[in-house]
Design a protein around this ligand. Sequence first.
Ligand SMILES: Nc1nc2c(ncn2[C@@H]2O[C@H](COP(=O)(O)OP(=O)(O)OP(=O)(O)O)[C@@H](O)[C@H]2O)c(=O)[nH]1
Ligand SMILES: C[S@@+](CC[C@H](N)C(=O)[O-])C[C@H]1O[C@@H](n2cnc3c(N)ncnc32)[C@H](O)[C@@H]1O
Ligand code: SF4
Ligand code: SF4
Length: 326
Amino acid sequence: MALIDTYGRRINYLRLSVTDRCNMRCSYCMPAQGVAKLGHKEMLSYEELYRAAAACVAQGIEKIRVTGGEPLVRRGIVDFLGRLSSIPGLKELVVTTNGLLLDELAQPLRQAGVARLNISLDSLRAETFARITRGADLYRVLSGIAAAQEAGFGPLKINMVVMRGVNDQEILDFAALTLDHPFTVRFIEYMPTLQDESWGAQSMPGSEILARIAERYPLLPLVNSEMAGPARNYKIQGAAGAIGIITPVSGHFCESCNRIRITATGRVRGCLFSDQGMDLKPLLASDDPGPLHEALSRIVTQKPGRHHIAEEGAEQAVVNMSRIGG
Ligand SMILES: Nc1nc2c(ncn2[C@@H]2O[C@H](COP(=O)(O)OP(=O)(O)OP(=O)(O)O)[C@@H](O)[C@H]2O)c(=O)[nH]1
Ligand SMILES: C[S@@+](CC[C@H](N)C(=O)[O-])C[C@H]1O[C@@H](n2cnc3c(N)ncnc32)[C@H](O)[C@@H]1O
Ligand code: SF4
Ligand code: SF4
């Protein structure tokens, strides 16, 4: 079975947020005081998350990315991922994490059947890292990355949100990481969220990021696979790893969008920047999967063609990244 939307896009990728809670407070994602925590009753239970995921796979989803908040802070996450990985028909189970808990969890995650990890890392300088994350310890994340490599995860993707005047002077340091390490380092344009009205001044277009790297290193373009995410990928000649540029703001990749999202409260969303969605929670209580399948088909049918975030006069969508899962 395949999920095709009204623009002819094949939807085969689900981003599933398992919690809104997080052990960091990144400035681009959350306000300093954090966001109001959901109560346990509001959050989907693991059983409900499993049912939602299984219904998506039955409808044509082939790849699930588990995200959050920080997915690894939710108690019981490893067992849950083990269950998810054995959904018949699921081709790929992957996780996006801030890396803080990977020291202890990398090995169990691998054993649970997680195929790959994307790890967010916005600075290689301890002070800058602590400033961006409002207090997190860079060395714990670096040690988590090493643990993920030891556990046999590879190639790791490292996500850096580029912010002008905050960490843009580290673009070349991040690019250089790929020379000796088999990482794919992805530079992400800073997207607008509710938390930060000054994002426009800090957001750096992918073209500028790429130009800075290309000035220093010769870059070869790489070809994307069918289930790939939104990055355009390159390789520095002779490097062990690769470089990706993710340009949701300047060069949106909506025409090839292949995804839907389910939030930790059970709202299914057709687009990161559209409020349009449906509450799956009542449908997850039933043993009859029919209405759930219908709701998923409907959200795919209603999926917008694209976002309008960078357009002048466009109404700013309410995006709570940590609740939606990025
Ligand atoms: N606008 C927009 N941004 C997205 C979308 N999917 C992911 N992103 C952003 O891209 C960045 C990287 O996201 P990841 O969680 O690593 O997922 P991915 O890039 O799809 O991962 P791969 O499947 O491994 O390529 C984050 O900043 C996300 O918020 C999307 O559909 N639309
Ligand atoms: C919301 S986080 C959830 C997973 C995990 N806590 C992490 O940070 O990797 C998912 C992704 O969204 C990205 N993100 C959050 N806010 C963003 C923003 N305003 N612009 C661009 N990317 C953002 C993060 O950098 C991360 O790569
Ligand atoms: S980006 Fe990830 S680690 Fe940072 S505050 Fe948001 S959810 Fe937490
Ligand atoms: S902004 Fe919406 S339509 Fe565009 S790629 Fe992201 S989820 Fe897809």
